[in-house]
Design a protein around this ligand. Structure first.
Ligand SMILES: Cc1cc2nc3c(=O)[nH]c(=O)nc-3n(C[C@H](O)[C@H](O)[C@H](O)COP(=O)(O)OP(=O)(O)OC[C@H]3O[C@@H](n4cnc5c(N)ncnc54)[C@H](O)[C@@H]3O)c2cc1C
Ligand code: SF4
Length: 509
């Protein structure tokens, strides 16, 4: 019998997978990473190809989803997963990736950190997460937006757009209508200073189309570093299809290959990991509870900035916000404010009840004064389940929905937000809408750490039902706060991998 292919096989090269790989190779463990995608479409494309697509995909009809999901880059990341994952949606858009770097190729890069209250029900302490937050933040590069008219304090910063700065000034000057409303410069995984292989942000605002200079963190960048280690191997185009246990674990891939290791680390994203485990879990009728963040988008007009041009900045989140709507620890929403003037004109023009010419003229006139706020609810306000798809036999369906009483809660929140917009001198425009579940791409909770039973995992992400199978993506987060989730996924993967690196490799296989 052949020996194992590695000490650990990691499935997935997104933010979770690379975060697990670093501590293991630093400890001299042999890591084989399998990814269902490859390096296609990452470098050397001209701007016109990035904006229009190599097959002019951008000229397709607007499908009503977020502009971010309609760019050629996004279509190239999402479509293979849609076609090949075997997961469909019922009132849910099952966002996932089969691409080197995963969803970090198209993410918004906004960063949040959980605190002790957020993780009170988790089987880990906040100190261990904080150590990992620091390690990950140093690795990926973080900057906050700053209003240079008031000065920065030595930390890495990028300029806040003028419209966002205007709103922030008003917030600082006028007392919030609701004491629990917070507005602050957004913190993003964008470089303000160059690093090897990555340039600093050039403030040209092309961010929606992929950041050609590498200023926005993408886990592909980490793979370049990982591949320098003799302990690390990445195999592209290796979609894992099955996991079987003998003395260790064997991964079977779509092309008929198989790879073995004593321990497997699943980092295929919450939906990708669920698809891989479907045959190993007693899904039953109820299926797997999936936590996602109900999401509200609100268009806003800042009248004081009418007819003024946007100032140079990136087009990711300018401001972050949070607002408490109840007395429970997780009863608060988190969100971001974007400047529309830095977004591509077509994403605005296509949604206006005007012709293209008039829409374009309107955009030029008011684009610089428009903002969009995106608001996320915590996962306990969702009611989504992953079940076996009875019609398709082997596949899975995600049925999306909202928690009981969500409708009135959402209305009450909109009212609270309207008071704050008014205080900030903003006019809420018609068109505020709740996104279809799944669009948020903030997923968690299917295999919670610390839970008993067949779906539970240990505090190290090892499956109760399958020793030797570890999960490090969002699946194992026991609950989903409204904060941006990826930094926590990465920190938790780093924390788990440090613990695995300390343990002796079993002599199985
Ligand atoms: C438009 C958009 C904006 C976002 N903005 C933000 C934001 O501002 N802040 C934030 O915190 N989060 C944001 N997110 C969410 C963020 O992208 C995800 O939380 C993050 O990418 C999850 O990382 P992951 O490694 O767990 O999974 P993924 O990034 O999904 O990576 C999964 C990896 O597994 C591979 N894979 C999947 N199945 C298989 C298989 N069977 N075999 C082999 N390989 C497989 C894929 O190729 C991929 O490499 C955003 C997401 C989207 C779509
Ligand atoms: S403006 Fe956007 S695309 Fe350009 S370098 Fe900065 S982050 Fe990248």
């Amino acid at each position: 019998m052949n020996g194992p292919d590695a000490d650990f096989i990691i499935i997935g090269s997104g933010p979770a997978g690379v975060s697990a790989a670093f501590p293991l190779i630093a400890a001299g463990r042999r890591v084989l990473m399998l990814d269902g995608g490859d390096d296609a479409g990452s470098q050397g494309e001209s701007r016109s190809v990035r904006v229009l697509g190599s097959n002019l995909e951008s000229l397709r009809k607007d499908d009503g989803s977020s502009p971010k999901l309609q760019t050629p880059a996004a279509r190239g990341i999402l479509e293979p997963f849609r076609r090949q994952s075997g997961i469909t949606g019922d009132g849910f858009i099952p966002i996932g990736s089969l691409a080197r770097g995963g969803l970090s190729n198209i993410w918004g890069a906004q960063i949040s950190y959980l605190d002790a209250e957020d993780i009170a029900a988790w089987p880990i302490d906040v100190a261990s997460l904080q150590t990992s937050y620091e390690r990950v933040a140093n690795r990926i590069g973080i900057s906050s937006n700053a209003d240079f008219t008031t000065g920065a304090h030595g930390e890495p910063v990028l300029p806040l757009g003028a419209t966002a700065a205007d709103v922030l000034h008003r917030h600082q000057a006028a007392k919030p209508a609701d004491g629990s409303f917070r507005l602050f410069p957004a913190v993003n995984a964008i470089l303000s200073e160059e690093r090897p292989g990555r340039a600093a942000c050039d403030l040209r605002g092309d961010c929606l189309y992929g950041c050609p200079s590498g200023a926005i963190y993408n886990s592909r960048q980490d793979l370049l570093l990982l591949r320098k280690s003799p302990h690390f191997r990445l195999l592209d185009n290796m979609q894992a299809m099955s996991l079987t246990r003998s003395s260790g674990w064997t991964v079977g891939t779509a092309d008929g290959s198989s790879f073995s290791a004593p321990r497997i680390i699943l980092a295929a994203g919450v939906l990708g990991t669920a698809a891989l485990l479907a045959d190993l879990l007693p899904l039953g009728e109820q299926g797997l509870r999936l936590l996602n963040s109900p999401t509200l988008a609100v268009p806003l007009l800042c009248p004081t900035r009418l007819l003024r041009s946007p100032t140079p900045t990136h087009s990711l989140a300018q401001l972050g916000l949070s607002l408490r709507y109840g007395s429970g620890a997780s009863d608060y929403v988190t969100g971001a404010i974007y400047e529309v003037g830095t977004l591509p004109a077509q994403s605005f023009v296509n949604r206006m009840p005007l012709g293209r010419k008039a829409g374009r003229a309107a955009f030029e006139l008011i684009g610089g004064s428009l903002l969009v706020a995106t608001i996320y609810y915590p996962g306990d306000q969702s009611h989504s389940y992953i079940r076996r798809d009875e019609t398709a036999g082997k596949g899975l369906t995600v049925r999306g929905g909202f928690a009981e009483g969500f409708g009135p809660r959402a209305e009450a929140l909109k009212k609270m937000l309207r008071r704050e917009w008014k205080r900030l001198g903003l006019i809420q425009l018609p068109g505020a809408s709740l996104a279809e579940p799944g669009i948020d791409a903030h997923f968690a909770g299917t295999l919670p750490m610390g839970a008993a039973g067949p779906f539970g995992t240990s505090s190290d992400g090892e499956m109760n039902l399958h020793p030797g199978l570890y999960v490090v993506d969002g699946s194992i987060l026991p609950d989903l706060s409204s904060k941006y989730v990826t930094m926590t996924i990465m920190a938790n993967a780093d924390r788990i991998a440090h613990r695995l690196a300390e343990t002796e490799a079993p002599s199985a296989l």
